[in-house]
Design a protein around this ligand. Structure first.
Ligand SMILES: NC(=O)c1ccc[n+]([C@@H]2O[C@H](COP(=O)([O-])OP(=O)(O)OC[C@H]3O[C@@H](n4cnc5c(N)ncnc54)[C@H](OP(=O)(O)O)[C@@H]3O)[C@@H](O)[C@H]2O)c1
Length: 246
C-alpha cells in the first residue's frame, strides 16, 4: 500500500523537501500503525532538516530519517502482536523524537507503543499535536535530576518559544517565580501565561552567560555565578528593564 509523505534525502533548506508517494510502513510486533490526523512543526524539525551538527547523530552525511516530524495525534489503524495498551480505532497522541524515529509528516507512521498515549477526549487532534515534543522537553528540564521546588527562582531563556511557553507555565504550576527572556514582541504572550519578570533579549546580552544561547533553556536555583541572582541584580541596575506582574 502507498501513502503520501514529505521526504528529504539530503540536508538542506525547506526547498529540498519532496511531497511524494512512498510505501506505507508495516508495524513491528511492538508497534502501532497510526493514521496521522495532525502534526506540528518544531524548531528541532528545521534544525534536523538543515543538518545542524547536533542533529546529525546517526546520519553524518545524509539524514538518518527521511521523513521528519515528531509530534503526532491520530488514530490507531493496526497493532503488532505484542502491543498491549492500544487497539485499532484508539485516538492517540505521542512524541516521536529520539530515541524514536520521527515520521509524523506522512499519512501513516509506525510507532512503538511506549511513545503513545490515549488522547484526552476534550482535546482536538490539532490541539493534541501541538503539545508533545515541546512540553516533554520543558517537563524533563524542570523535573529531571534536580526537580524544581516551590518558591525557587527560574530563568527561562527563549521563554516565548515552543519549549519556553510550556516551561513558563509548568514552572508556575510547580510554584516557582519565573523570569522569562525573549524578544520584545513576545512580552504580551509571556504576560498572558504568567511570567513574573520579563527581560527583553536585546538589552540582556551584556549580562548573559555564554551558556544562554538562542533557544536553550537555562534553569538555575540562584547559587551559580551566572544564575538568576546575578541576572536580577543587573536587572535592578537598569531601570525600566524588568516588568513586574500585572
Ligand atoms: N532535544 C530535543 O528533543 C528537543 C526538542 C525540542 C526542542 N529542542 C531544542 O530546544 C530549542 C528551542 O526549541 P523551540 O521549539 O522552543 O524553538 P522556538 O520555538 O524557535 O523558540 C526559541 C525562542 O528563543 C528565542 N530566542 C532566540 N534567540 C534568543 C536569545 N539570544 N535570547 C533569548 N531568547 C532567544 C526565540 O525568539 P525569536 O522568535 O525572536 O527568534 C524564540 O522565542 C531548539 O534548539 C530545539 O532544537 C530540542
Amino acid at each position: 500500500m502507498k501513502m503520501k509523505a514529505i521526504v528529504s534525502h539530503k540536508y538542506g533548506s525547506p526547498d529540498i523537501l519532496q511531497f511524494k508517494e512512498v510505501n506505507t510502513p508495516t508495524p513491528k510486533e511492538n508497534e502501532a500503525l497510526v493514521k496521522v490526523y495532525a502534526t506540528s512543526l518544531n524548531a528541532a524539525d528545521l534544525e534536523t532538516l538543515r543538518g545542524t551538527p547536533m542533529s546529525r547523530f546517526g546520519g553524518l552525511l545524509r539524514p538518518k530519517h527521511k521523513i521528519l516530524g515528531t509530534d503526532i495525534a491520530g488514530r490507531v489503524e493496526a497493532v503488532g502482536s505484542k502491543v498491549m495498551q492500544f487497539q485499532s480505532g484508539d485516538e492517540i497522541w505521542g512524541d516521536l523524537s529520539f530515541p524514536h524515529n520521527c515520521g509524523a509528516f506522512a499519512e501513516y507512521v509506525c510507532i512503538p507503543e511506549q511513545a503513545l498515549r490515549l488522547k484526552p477526549a476534550s482535546m482536538t487532534f490539532e490541539e493534541a499535536a501541538a503539545i508533545p515534543t515541546s512540553a516533554i522537553v520543558a517537563l524533563q528540564n524542570l523535573c529531571g535530576k534536580r526537580p524544581i521546588q516551590p518558591g525557587q527562582k527560574v530563568l527561562i531563556n527563549g521563554a516565548g518559544g515552543g519549549v519556553g511557553t510550556f516551561a513558563v507555565q509548568l514552572a508556575k504550576h510547580f510554584g516557582a517565580e519565573v523570569t522569562g527572556v525573549d524578544n520584545a514582541g513576545k512580552l504580551d504572550l509571556l504576560r498572558s501565561i504568567g511570567a513574573w519578570n520579563l527581560c527583553l533579549r536585546w538589552r540582556f546580552h551584556s549580562c548573559s552567560s555564554s551558556s544562554f544561547n538562542t533557544g536553550t533553556l537555562d534553569f538555575n536555583d540562584g547559587h551559580s555565578k551566572n544564575g538568576h541572582r546575578d541576572v536580577e541584580t543587573k536587572q535592578k541596575r537598569r531601570s525600566g528593564f524588568v516588568e513586574r506582574p500585572f
